[in-house]
Design a protein. Structure first.
Length: 506
């Protein structure tokens, strides 16, 4: 191979996304709350960008002359700022926009004293009503630990154990890994020193396991359940026997085997099992600090006068943006330096891109949501079990956009319907072909599967093959492996696990 430096011409075809297109895709993908944050950030970074303020004490709408309003809208829409020319014509139209505005426009656009006070009150109320951080499991345990008298080494180890618990309250880390490194001056007595450390750790663990909630600090499910048993509680001895020796048999509903090993009747086992279910397998789950995020719908569905479903966007929380009149005046001022004009050009360019991206998001999301609603009318009329199979490509073809645009439009977006709030992605489901040739959504298969299992004879539960036959009677043709897959995904045990042995004996 010969290496050399030189110039050569090469013809290649590439697809490069312009910054403007990238910004439009980013804006389209943002949900409502994220879009509000993006606008606030842009307004802080771009002084040219401004928003129309509406005073609650003033009329919400200001009647303008239709021709003047149309002229202003057309002028703003046609404004394009490019870097490859001086844009004199474009900025001339930008300057002339101020002539169509009222003389007191700037005064009216400034927030009034009442508006400032109302905004301050609103922010104060929001801070006052903000939820306090819930007490974590670590804080709760440390508070209890202060009640115990113990040596300092034991307390430090107990602290280390508490910090090592997982969100369910289990200690998954072996005690040996929580021990401190041996000091250098052990003088060959390392094993004795390590044994003392381990004894301290075990004592600290016993103290932690005495704390509330019962079962915290356990290293396994069996230990967690045993820690919750108290002498004198109903079925104490039977509970201890089942937990220590037959947890796996209970998991797989092998009650006859437990009867054979323990001599207890199936009725007695089920009574004890009922008490066992009152124990908590995850004692720390109630202290989970993860909060459920609030959902703000981007799209609302309502019936119009003709009885058809119509979508609308939640635009009330998105401010109406425009180019600040102050900077339009700067462009008219002959004393404005070339450097300042160039700075304003860049900021106007950025602001105009954002305004157009938001408008494009509004149009695309409206058309995509309307197409989805029209396809899923049965879902809205009759409920989730009537959902129709739908692919994103179908909506893309109907709206006339690329399938990736549909994906970005529905990503992390929620829709408020007469049947509740759903993510837009909820309406995209695969399907299978029924006996009559009709496409059936997988959600309908799952709902029908649950219905069949709920109505089966628990003394003789249906096998997966029998469920396939029952689905076929309902006009749904699926393979046995599909039934098994969905049954496991829905956490439904096999026929043996669903069998009620007490009913079977009777």
């Amino acid at each position: 191979m010969r290496l050399s430096l030189g110039q050569q011409m090469q013809l290649a075809q590439k697809q490069v996304l312009a910054p403007r297109m990238i910004q439009s895709m980013e804006i389209l993908q943002l949900p409502l709350l994220a879009l509000q944050e993006r606008i606030e950030q842009e307004m802080e970074d771009n002084p040219v960008l401004d928003q129309i303020e509406v005073d609650e004490n003033e009329p919400e709408e200001v009647e303008l002359d239709p021709e003047a309003a149309s002229s202003v809208a057309d002028t703003e829409r046609e404004l394009v700022v490019k870097d490859d020319r001086n844009n004199e014509d474009d900025f001339e139209r930008l300057v002339n926009m101020a002539e169509n505005l009222p003389d007191d426009y700037e005064e009216r656009s400034r927030p009034s004293l009442n508006r400032i006070e109302a905004e301050a009150d609103r922010r104060h109320d929001a801070m006052a009503n903000m939820l306090a951080r819930p007490e974590s499991l670590v804080d709760y345990l440390h508070h209890q630990l202060s009640w115990f008298e113990m040596e300092e080494a034991v307390r430090r180890m107990a602290d280390r154990i508490i910090y090592s618990l997982d969100s369910n309250g289990y200690l998954k880390t072996p005690l040996e890994e929580l021990l401190l490194p041996l000091p250098h001056d052990t003088n060959g007595d390392a094993s004795s020193h390590r044994a003392k450390q381990l004894a301290v750790a075990e004592e600290a663990l016993r103290i932690v396991q005495r704390l509330d909630p019962p079962g915290v600090g356990a290293r396994s499910l069996k230990e967690c359940l045993l820690l919750q048993l108290l002498p004198g509680m109903p079925y104490y001895e039977e509970l201890r026997s089942l937990i220590e020796h037959h947890l796996e048999d209970l998991e797989f509903n092998r009650l006859p085997l437990i009867t054979k090993k323990t001599g207890m009747s199936i009725d007695r086992i089920q009574e004890v099992w009922h008490e066992l279910r009152k124990l908590k397998p995850k004692p720390g789950a109630d202290f989970d600090s993860a909060t459920v995020p609030s959902v703000t719908p981007d799209v609302f569905v309502e019936r119009n006068d003709e009885g058809q479903y119509q979508v609308r966007l939640e635009d009330g929380q998105i401010p109406a943006l425009y180019i600040s009149p102050y900077y339009r005046k700067l462009l008219r001022d002959e004393s404005t330096t070339a450097e300042t004009r160039e700075y304003i050009k860049r900021k106007v360019n950025s602001a105009q891109w954002l305004i157009e991206a938001i408008e494009q998001r509004r149009g695309t999301l409206t058309r995509v949501a309307q197409a989805i609603v029209q396809h899923q009318t049965k879902f809205l009329d009759d409920g989730p079990d009537h959902i129709e199979p739908l692919k994103m490509q179908q909506i893309a073809d109907k709206v006339g956009v690329h399938v990736t645009t549909v994906s970005r439009a529905v990503d992390d977006k929620w829709i408020q319907t007469p049947r509740g709030i759903f993510p837009l992605k909820r309406f995209f489901v695969g399907g299978t072909t029924a006996a009559d040739g009709e496409e059936v959504a997988w959600d309908r298969v799952r709902i029908k599967l649950q219905e069949i299992i709920d109505n089966e004879n628990k003394a003789d539960p249906l096998s997966d093959d029998a469920i396939v036959e029952e689905l076929a009677k309902a006009g749904i043709t699926v393979a046995r492996r599909t039934v098994t897959k969905y049954r496991k995904a829905m956490n439904i045990p096999s026929s043996r696990g669903r069998k009620d042995w007490a009913i079977g004996e009777k």
